[in-house]
Design a protein around this ligand. Sequence first.
Ligand code: ADP
Ligand code: MG
Length: 702
Amino acid sequence: MTDIPDLFGSMVFNDALMQARLPKDTYRALKKTIAQGTHLELDVANVVAAAMKNWAIENGATHFTHWFQPMTGITAEKHDSFISPQSNGKVIMEFSGKELVRGEPDASSFPSGGLRATFEARGYTVWDITSYAFLKDGTLYIPTAFCSYGGEALDKKTPLLRSMDAIDRQAKRILALFGNTSVKRVITTVGPEQEYFLIDKEMYLKRPDLIYTGRTLFGAKPPKGQELEDHYFGALKPRISAFMHDLDAELWKLGVPAKTKHNEVAPAQHELAPIFSTTNIATDHNQLTMELLKSVANRHGLACLLHEKPFAGINGSGKHNNWSISTVAGSSGDKGVNLLEPGETPHENAQFLLFLAAVIKAVDDYQDLLRVSVASAGNDHRLGANEAPPAIVSVFLGEELTEILDAIESGAVYNGKEKISMEIGATVLPHFPKDTTDRNRTSPFAFTGNKFEFRMVGSMLSIAGPNIILNTIVAEALCQFADALERSEDFTGDLARLVKNTIKEHKRIIFNGNNYAEEWVTEAENRGLLNLKSTTDALPAFVAQKNEKLFAKHGVFTKAELHSRYEILLENYSKTIHIEALAMAALVKKEAIPACVSYQNELVQLLQAKKNCGGFDSSLEETLLKKLSDLSAAALKKLAALENTLADAKPGEDALLTAKFYRENIVSGMADLRLVVDEIETLVAKKYWTLPTYAEMLYSVN
Ligand code: ADP
Ligand code: MG
């Protein structure tokens, strides 16, 4: 491999390139615009566009695209070439500031949840100057936000940026209370650990269910699953290792700081984690990572499965969203400070405790929204299924931190390792114990020393959604704290009381035990915690009045924007299940039944022949035939039931009712049918079973 520092970011028009290629005053103007979030002047944009174009062309680009994140959860791009015809029959390569800053894609085919009537087809894409442009496959990619003619956000980036502004505003109020007035900006940071499966591409192409739905709709259990726990952190097989090397190089070129890679718990399952960055950039990068996982896998004769549950019976995939709050490093050399890092001094620790209390309060007050933020048809297979965190939201703090909070609440002396009396204010514990407890892998929201790890996110989901929620709910808690403390005439005393009361009020959300245990479900219920088991149980909370108010207050979603997202999520759920049911019915008719019939035919002929000859034991043929023909009949019945129910599923006016219909009737109909077909698979001879089996898919890559 070439020089990695040289390779890293080589396809990105980053700050170093801007500085090198832009006239000084243009560079300064651009930096100022980025720092202040103000409007980019057209003359500046023109100069930047020209420099970008020249760099792009030097590196083989012919096109540019406004890259955006519509509410589909994936990215969208339309490529325009740089050519501009001249009167002499030739072309020149052109790219204007206007083209850089703003695009007008025909947006009528993107989901808008009723925000934009189709006759108002135009939407705008606007360059997000906080995210660098980059080069991929001969095209200059410009990260953009996407909005409607009326200015409503039609994408995931705009509300994410708004939520970043919200937490910036509120966190700075808190910092000011601690005398910290020089902080220019507070951001949240995210490091998303991405899980995925890799299988042989040949097999993938033979599984229409994987192609159409991203998951297997059938498949008998293989003799070996993950029982031996021999895959986790196991040695990488050569093909996987070659793929990972290639992927890292591609990601590094695009400035994605890919750091960790390893085998995961399930066979054929792996994980990739980057070094954390600003939430907005981490989100862009995660979208790129998901795309590259697929395209690089393809080059290696592999298929990458990003679905939350590609295979029943073995672990699904998630995305651990490591999240923290940080001040931004200043130009004068002061470093960015992680505000969830327990500090060295009592003063810092009081501030840390306040931020910690804000997160605890936010998670408790808005359990519903956190659950909503990870709700999808795919993730329904994971949450609560004994492998991923349950659908109940709770916070893990570890024993020592919990003891400290207990001591604060009861006013008792903290008798921990450092034996120092606990009083918020000047005598607060000088050194917090850090990361001394065992990590709890079952918690949905775990404090891991200096950040929270939100583990409910599905592997396929854009991380924009969960982080919009996290940023906004913590902004709200900080806002309430600031409102109270700004009025205070006894800061130390009021701060102590505030932390104490917050712990008292919200400690029900703290749970350090085993989140997979049956007893937790009962205990959580006793504590009054929500248990929103499925997407359809969870989604209505999105538009609850208290949440409408929250988003409006912090300028993250207008009521119309919020409702549009709600509609899209519901529609998306129903459509996903609809496609799965159709794919399942087709597979049964085209693959499972014909295989079953052919095998029965072979058995019938043998049985007949034996009978003709006389004197042979035919119990095997008879028993098998009986079983198979009973199962075929059962399959047919379940298939008919599924198809009938599907015919009844008429997407109506009410998206929630429709989604509930799918949840209550279709999902169970599919499960019933699957049960029968999986049993048939175990009985039919291999030569008739054309679908690659679980064993083949999970163990074929070397
Ligand atoms: P584990 O697998 O033990 O949870 P990893 O080291 O694989 O931990 O992943 C931790 C992730 O958390 C990495 O992406 C890392 O960059 C990220 N991370 C570390 N510190 C922060 C922080 N302050 N804010 C956000 N993410 C962070
Ligand atoms: Mg983790």
